[in-house]
Design a binder for this molecule. Structure first.
Ligand code: HEM
Length: 467
C-alpha cells in the first residue's frame, strides 16, 4: 500500500474513561449500548463491573473468548439474546439452545454448501442491478440513503435465493415491521440485560409489538400458501403457479427431529423463516453500507478496487468464477467488518459456577463479548482505529489469532450464513463499484450505534454518480 496516502480514521465511539454507574449508565445504554464500555475494555483482557447484584464481565482476549464460545460453552448460554429476540423470532435456530437448537441447525445446513452457494451469484448481481437502475433514474451525484437501499437489495437477495416464494407484500411488511421493532431496540436490550419480565411497560414496546404481529402474520400467510401448493403437487413439480422450489422453506418443512421424529409445526417454521429473513439481510446490508462509506472516504482504495474489478471481470457482469480473484475487494470488506462489525456485541449468561482468568463467576452473570471493542483492542491491533485493508492481505491475515477477529462469531454457534454473506457482499460490492462512484456528504458522517446490528446513526447518505 502507498504509505504517502493520508491515514483515514473514520467515526468511532469515544469510550468513557471510567465505568459508568447509576443513571449515567442507563442513559448511555439506552442511547447506545457500546457507549457504556469503558476505555479499559479496549486495553485489558477482562473487565468486571458489578451493577447492583448483577455481575457483568467484558471479555476481550482470544483465549477467554474461546473459553466462552467453545471450550466451556455449556456454562454460557444465550439467555438475554433469546429474551430480546424471542418475541419476534420465537425459538428458531438463532434463539434456542441445546438439542432444540441442534436439529434446527442440522436441518438448515444443507442450504449453505459452498458449491451450491456459487449458483446464487447471478441472483446477487441481479438484485444489485435493479438498485443501480433506480439510482440511474436520479440526477448525477444525487444523495442516496445507502443504508435503506442496501437493506432492500439484500432483502431481495434472500427472497430470490433462500425463500423464492416470498412476494412483494411480505417484503414491504418485513421492512415496516423491522423499523418498528428497531425503534424499541435500546430499551429492549436494557430490559433483557436487567432480567426484567417481558411484559413490563417500556418505551417503544407498543410499536415493537405491533411490528412483531405484522411480520409474523405476513410470514404465516406465506407459509399457508406454500403448504397448500406442496400438498397438491409435491416439490419439484411444475404447477399452474410455476415450479415448487427446493428451497429453505421446503427443507425446513421436510426436516425431522432425530430424537422425537417430529417435523416442525407452523410456529417453528415461522420462527425459522423470520430468522433467516432478518439475520440474513440486515447484517449483510450493514456490512455493505459501512464499506461503501469507507470507500467514499478513501479515494485511494476506491481506485485500487476499480482496477482490480476491471482486471478480473473485463467489464462483464460478476460471475461465480470471479469471486475468489476479487482479493482486494474481500480485504476491504474484512477491514470494514473489523471497524464496523455488523453484529457489534454478543452476550451470554453464565448458568453454572465457573472461573474466567481466575475470576469467580456466579450463575446469572452477564458475559459480554464486545466485538466492536475486540476489533479495536489497543494491545492487539496496530493503530486500531485506522482503516487499513492491508491487514487482511494473505500473509498478514494468517497471523491474526482466530478469536481476535469475530464478525461472524465463533464456535458451534458461528453464523451459518458466513460463506453466503461473503459471496453475496463480494459480488454486490464489485457490481456496485463497477457501475457507480460514491462520495461522502459533508457534515453527514454516520456514527456507530449498537442495536441488534451496528446502525449508522444519522443514516448513511452518500452522493452517487453512475459511471
Ligand atoms: C455480513 C453478514 C453477516 C454477519 C456479520 C453475521 C453475523 C452473525 C453472528 C455474529 C452470529 C452469531 C451470533 C451469536 O453467537 O450469538 C450469527 C448467527 C447467525 N446468522 Fe449470521 N451474519 C451475517 C449474515 C448472515 C446470513 C446471510 C444469514 C442467512 C442467510 C445468516 C444467518 C444466521 C443464523 C441463522 C444465525 C444463527 C446460527 C446459530 O445459532 O446456529 N447470517 N450471524
Amino acid at each position: 500500500m502507498n504509505n504517502a496516502a493520508p491515514r483515514l480514521i473514520p467515526p468511532r465511539i469515544q469510550p468513557p474513561a471510567k465505568p459508568l454507574t447509576g443513571l449515567a449508565f442507563l442513559a448511555a445504554f439506552v442511547r447506545n449500548p457500546l457507549e457504556v464500555a469503558p476505555q479499559a475494555v479496549y486495553e485489558q483482557d477482562l473487565v468486571v463491573n458489578q451493577l447492583g447484584r448483577v455481575q457483568r464481565l467484558w471479555v476481550t482476549s482470544p483465549a477467554l473468548v474461546k473459553a466462552v464460545l467453545l471450550d466451556e460453552r455449556e456454562k454460557f448460554q444465550k439467555l438475554s439474546q433469546i429474551r430480546l429476540l424471542a418475541p419476534l423470532l420465537g425459538r428458531g435456530i438463532l434463539t434456542s439452545e441445546g438439542a432444540e437448537w441442534k436439529w434446527q441447525r442440522q436441518a438448515s445446513a444443507p442450504m449453505f454448501r459452498h458449491q451450491d452457494l456459487l449458483g446464487f451469484v447471478p441472483a446477487f448481481v441481479r438484485a444489485t442491478e435493479s438498485l443501480l437502475a433506480k439510482w440511474r433514474a436520479a440526477p448525477e451525484g444525487a444523495v442516496q440513503e445507502v443504508d435503506r437501499d442496501m437493506s432492500r437489495a439484500t432483502f431481495d437477495v434472500i427472497s430470490a435465493t433462500l425463500l423464492p416464494s416470498a412476494d412483494r407484500t411480505v417484503g414491504a411488511a418485513v421492512e415496516e415491521s423491522m423499523q418498528l421493532f428497531q425503534r424499541a431496540g435500546g430499551w429492549g436490550q436494557l430490559f433483557a440485560m436487567a432480567g426484567a419480565p417481558a411484559w413490563l411497560p417500556r418505551p417503544g414496546m407498543i410499536s415493537g409489538a405491533r411490528g412483531t404481529v405484522m411480520l409474523r402474520s405476513a410470514v404465516t400467510a406465506m407459509l399457508r400458501e406454500r403448504r397448500a401448493v406442496e400438498t397438491r403437487t409435491g416439490t419439484g413439480q411444475d404447477t399452474a403457479e410455476g415450479r415448487v422450489p427446493d428451497d429453505l422453506m421446503h427443507r425446513l418443512m421436510q426436516a425431522r427431529d432425530p430424537e422425537t421424529g417430529q417435523s416442525m409445526n407452523d410456529q417453528q417454521l415461522v420462527d425459522n423463516l423470520l430468522t433467516f429473513y432478518l439475520a440474513g439481510h440486515e447484517t449483510t446490508a450493514r456490512a455493505l453500507s459501512w464499506t461503501l462509506y469507507l470507500i467514499a472516504r478513501s479515494p485511494q482504495w476506491a481506485a485500487i478496487l476499480k482496477d482490480e474489478i476491471a482486471r478480473v471481470t473485463g467489464g462483464e457482469p460478476v460471475r461465480s468464477e470471479h469471486i475468489e480473484r476479487l482479493v482486494l475487494v474481500q480485504q476491504v470488506l474484512k477491514e470494514s467488518m473489523r471497524l464496523y462489525p455488523p453484529v457489534p456485541m454478543l452476550s451470554r449468561q453464565c448458568v453454572a459456577p465457573t472461573r474466567l482468568d481466575g475470576v469467580e463467576i456466579e450463575p446469572g452473570a452477564t458475559v459480554v463479548l464486545p466485538i466492536y471493542a475486540i476489533h479495536r483492542h489497543t494491545r492487539r491491533w496496530e493503530e486500531p482505529d485506522v482503516f487499513d485493508p492491508g491487514r487482511f492481505a494473505r500473509e498478514n491475515e494468517a497471523k491474526i489469532p482466530r478469536y481476535q477477529y469475530l464478525p461472524f462469531g465463533a464456535g458451534p454457534r458461528i453464523c451459518i450464513g458466513m460463506a453466503f454473506a461473503m459471496l453475496e457482499a463480494t459480488a454486490m460490492l464489485a457490481t456496485l463499484l463497477q457501475k457507480a462512484r460514491f462520495a461522502p456528504v459533508p457534515g453527514r458522517d454516520p456514527h456507530p450505534v449498537a442495536r441488534v446490528t451496528l446502525q449508522p446513526g444519522g443514516g448513511l447518505p452518500l452522493k452517487v454518480t453512475l459511471r
